[in-house]
Design a protein around this ligand. Structure first.
Ligand code: KG4
Ligand code: ZN
Length: 364
């Protein structure tokens, strides 16, 4: 990696509009700017992301984000070598907004255009932040994603398993709603759980009795709902202590499932005898301290490095798209103006497609 390459990245696949400038040179990658405009307020009324509202907001915000990203990097379009854009998977209207915007910029400037898989952006982030060497194991855990990937190169991924229904972040958000806690549910459930007894409610550990790395989280929230209703029936309300115990029990169940399934995924990955074994996590749920600690202890037992990029780069952003685009461009990949937006786009083309749609759109 010697030739200097500066790429603009655009991200608009869900409810964050983002633009960033990333440079690759002999010293490795650096983020020159990264702008993220969230849409949480726009969707708050509806209890989930409304695709049409998201797409319109992306169209309105993309120009502003790009201008700000260039300004923060102290650059103009002429300083760039390539334009990378999320071309899927995600909510199709949002993905289209980004792809059309990138095509316009590419047509106007003559700069190469690179369509990036959003999941590749997440999966390659540990190379941007920690220059991790291939192959490594990646656990993506957010409100929309949940899967294990062996990352072998920017174009070669093996999916070992993932959720067959809700993503863990979705389960945290739904549990928070059931217990009258604010959104996003992850941080509020985690906060409550600190005061609770994780052993009081024996919540199920779904799919642990089944071989493989697939997971399921939708039954857990039903178990929380039943336990909550039993408490309410007994006390004519939900006492604070019971709510904390419900949160702690739920979080313990999610942690046990994630840690045990990661142990299985690591076993498959370590069987390949990688030179520098590493597990990396990405996604908002990776912010959870109990889950993080569980994964850290597991990697210590298995002599594997644990990499958790800073949260701002674990959640949706455009620096990861610019970086992934730059790696792809270095490998000789680029697209033309026929680049299309793909609502579904599995990284591992050989594995079975995932089922279901999360609150944040299609799961790849
Ligand atoms: O990666 P992200 O920002 O967006 C996508 O889903 O793409 O992840 C957001 C999700 C939400 O569901 C949120 O509740 C969850 O990550 N989350 C957490 C925590 N912080 C955020 N879940 C558990 N514990 C947390 N501390
Ligand atoms: Zn994402």
């Amino acid at each position: 990696m010697t030739k200097t390459l500066t790429a603009l990245g655009l991200e608009s696949s869900c409810d964050d509009t983002a633009a960033a400038v990333v440079r690759l040179d002999a010293d490795g990658p650096s983020i020159l700017s990264s702008v993220v405009e969230g849409q949480t307020d726009l969707h708050a009324l509806y209890g989930g992301v409304v695709p049409e509202i998201a797409a319109r907001a992306h169209t309105e915000k993309l120009d502003y984000c790009i201008e700000l990203a260039l300004q923060n990097a102290d650059m103009t379009l002429t300083d760039l070598d390539a334009i990378a854009v999320t071309a899927g998977p995600g909510l199709i209207g949002g993905v289209l907004s980004g792809v059309m915007c990138a095509k316009g910029l590419s047509a106007a400037t003559g700069l190469p255009l690179i369509g990036v898989n959003h999941l590749a952006g997440h999966a390659l982030t540990p190379r941007l932040t920690d220059q991790l060497q291939y192959p490594y194991l990646m656990l993506l855990v957010s409100g929309g994603h949940c899967q294990f990937l062996i990352v072998r190169s920017a174009t070669d991924y093996t999916r070992l398993g993932g959720t067959i229904d809700d993503a863990p972040g979705e389960a945290f958000d739904k549990t928070a709603r059931l217990l009258g806690l604010p959104q996003p549910g992850g941080p509020s459930v985690e906060q409550e759980a600190l005061k609770g007894d994780p052993k009081r409610f024996a919540f199920p550990r779904p799919l642990l009795d089944r071989d493989g790395c697939d997971m399921s989280f939708s039954g857990l929230k039903t178990a929380v709902l039943r336990a909550r209703d039993a408490v309410i029936a007994e006390h004519q309300g939900l006492p604070t202590k019971d709510r904390a115990d419900l949160c702690a029990g739920f979080q313990a169940a999610v942690t046990d499932v994630l840690v045990e399934k990661t142990r299985r995924a690591l076993r498959i990955y370590l069987d390949e005898k990688p030179d520098h074994p590493a597990l990396a996590v990405a996604g908002g749920v990776a912010a959870n301290q109990t889950i993080r600690t569980g994964l850290l202890h597991l990697t210590e037992q298995l002599n594997t490095r644990f990499v958790a990029p800073p949260l701002a780069l674990c959640t949706d952003n455009a620096a990861m798209i610019a970086y992934a685009g730059a790696e792809l461009f270095q490998l000789g990949h680029s697209d033309d103006l026929t680049l299309s937006a793909r609502p579904r786009w599995p990284l591992d083309q050989s594995s079975a497609p995932m089922l279901g749609f999360g609150k944040k759109g299609a799961k790849a």
